[in-house]
Design a protein around this ligand. Structure first.
Ligand code: SF4
Length: 501
């Protein structure tokens, strides 16, 4: 399959979306169908594979495959996914590549029934955990860190009582051993569980479906609240960093609170900049509203004489509108995106490959001709897209000047916590100064929001005590990344104590 989105857009890639659903027996809630539409709403978090695993407490049904949710599932393979609870997953592959063996949920039978795991994030000590289990005879069929989690939970020696497993204890033990980012949805015979890592690097929230009598009929956990809205569920709350919840017919209940000496949270700040849907709320904040604040702040920090403001569709448009508002300039459409190019089985011709941005965007000359244009984008990763976009606006749109403004700071460091940002040498801001990047992309001027500006925009509506990871901008990681061997002397592990900024 050929993925034009991936090839034409210089964007960071989220690794996954997860969802879990428990419906009361006899409630009539169609679990697999609801999971399908929740995954559909989370499609932006991973486009390379999808899977759903359901159960009635006795039988487990699973279907997964490579491709978009709409390509993996159809009425025929959804129908056998019976049961009143289940979990689902969208995958963007980095670790282990896009191979069917790495597609989630991971599911194995244990002495105490099935366990299936859907994971968003990346364990930074997966190799250490894998090697330790392999030395005790555990075999692996994939290169995925999610299989490490699954096997860790299945180990027979862990807190097993004679009559039943203690999944809560196993999960708590996982929380002690695993390092890095993990938001998990876990299916067992008796319940589904949801869990966030102690830093809360990746989001996860809880919601509920109500029946006609107003009583709860089902509970759902998902990476983003937009998935809840899509299936008609109401948002209850975010899971706390480090929290484990259990959901069964008695509803959701916390089985492990965050440790009182837990580190200060480090939610990925990029969720607000780019990853999450604008209609999602994360940690009490509307993603759309945060993007407005980013655009306003960018305009205050980096004004320039111009005639109009345009944005790169779709994720940058909110920031572009807010920039225009503060700058007192008209916001207009300047780039039109082909919404259906997404994925196609047809390879572009050699001649088309030379400028793939043109497959994705066209310039609206009626609005651009003769104008001094401010082009707002949310981020620049490798710098491969911005140059062609600037020339599209200048040559295709016949703009007089093109001034690029970016609503996130220069990305100078890789991410080891579940986001595919590219390696150091691929990141343009690691290799070049801002002036060199400006010359490289052919813009008349280039400016990024500052790190202080980013934190001010995100922090303005954040909950007290909330903290954010910004390691890809600052090089200060909330987890120890020395095991990755990529330290160029600029990366630091910053232990996050509560009460610190
Ligand atoms: S390094 Fe960047 S992308 Fe990765 S978790 Fe931190 S803020 Fe998010």
């Amino acid at each position: 399959m050929h993925d034009l989105d991936e090839e034409t857009l210089d964007r960071p890639h989220e690794e996954c979306g997860v969802v879990g659903l428990w419906a009361k027996k006899g409630s009539g809630v169609e679990v697999a169908r609801n999971l399908f539409f929740a995954l559909y709403a989370l499609q932006h978090r991973g486009q390379e594979a999808a899977g759903i695993c359901t159960s009635d407490g006795t039988l487990v049904n699973i279907h997964k495959g490579l491709g978009l949710v709409s390509q993996v599932f159809n009425e025929d393979n959804l129908r056998p996914l019976q049961g009143h609870f289940g979990i689902g997953h969208n995958r963007y592959s980095t670790t282990g590549g896009n191979h069917i063996a790495n597609v989630q949920p991971f599911y194995i039978q244990t002495l105490h029934g099935p366990v299936a795991v859907a994971h968003n994030g990346n364990l930074t000590n997966a190799t250490v955990m894998r090697d330790a289990m392999m030395s005790r005879g555990v075999g692996f069929i994939s290169t995925s860190d999610t299989e490490v989690i699954t096997q860790f939970l299945a180990r027979p020696s862990m807190n097993v009582r004679a009559d039943r497993p203690n999944w809560e204890a196993r999960l708590a033990h996982l929380g002690e051993e695993a390092e890095g980012a993990y938001s998990l949805a876990i299916l067992t015979r008796e319940a589904i569980f949801a869990m966030r890592d102690p830093l809360g690097l990746r989001p996860m929230c809880l919601g509920a479906l109500k029946g006609e009598d107003g009583k709860h009929t089902a509970w759902i956990v998902a990476s983003e609240s937009a998935a809840l809205l899509t299936i008609g569920a109401s948002f209850i709350r975010d899971l706390k960093p480090g929290e484990i919840i259990r959901i069964d017919d008695d509803g959701p209940r916390t089985v492990r609170e965050p440790h009182e000496r837990a580190p200060k949270p480090a939610l990925c700040i990029f969720e607000y900049v780019y990853f999450a849907r604008p209609d999602s709320h994360i940690e009490g904040q509307s993603v759309h509203v945060v993007r407005q604040r980013l655009g306003r702040r960018l305009a205050q920090e980096a004004p320039v004489e111009a005639d109009i403001v345009i944005g790169v569709p779709d994720s940058s448009l909110v920031a572009a509108q807010a920039y225009a508002h503060v700058a007192g300039l008209p916001y207009v459409d300047g780039l039109i995106k082909n919404r259906y190019i997404g994925r196609t089985f047809i390879q572009p011709s050699q001649q088309m490959r030379k400028n793939q941005v043109r497959l994705k965007f066209t310039a609206l000359r009626d609005n651009l001709e003769g104008k001094r244009v401010i082009l707002v984008d949310d981020s620049i990763v490798r710098g491969t897209t911005m140059g062609p976009l600037v020339s599209l606006v200048r040559d295709g749109g016949r703009a007089k000047e093109v001034h690029v403004r970016v609503a996130s700071p220069p990305i100078q460091h890789p991410c080891f916590m579940g986001v595919d940002l590219a390696s150091h040498d691929q990141l343009i801001a690691h290799r070049m100064t801002v002036e060199q990047i400006r010359a490289h992309i052919g813009a008349d001027s280039l400016a990024y929001i500052t790190r202080d500006g980013l934190h001010a925009a995100v922090g303005e509506g954040a909950r007290p005590g909330m903290g954010h990871c910004d390691a890809c901008f600052s090089g200060r990681y909330p987890v120890d990344v020395s095991a990755f061997g990529l330290d160029d002397g600029k990366l630091q592990f910053e232990s996050r104590k509560r009460g610190e900024d």
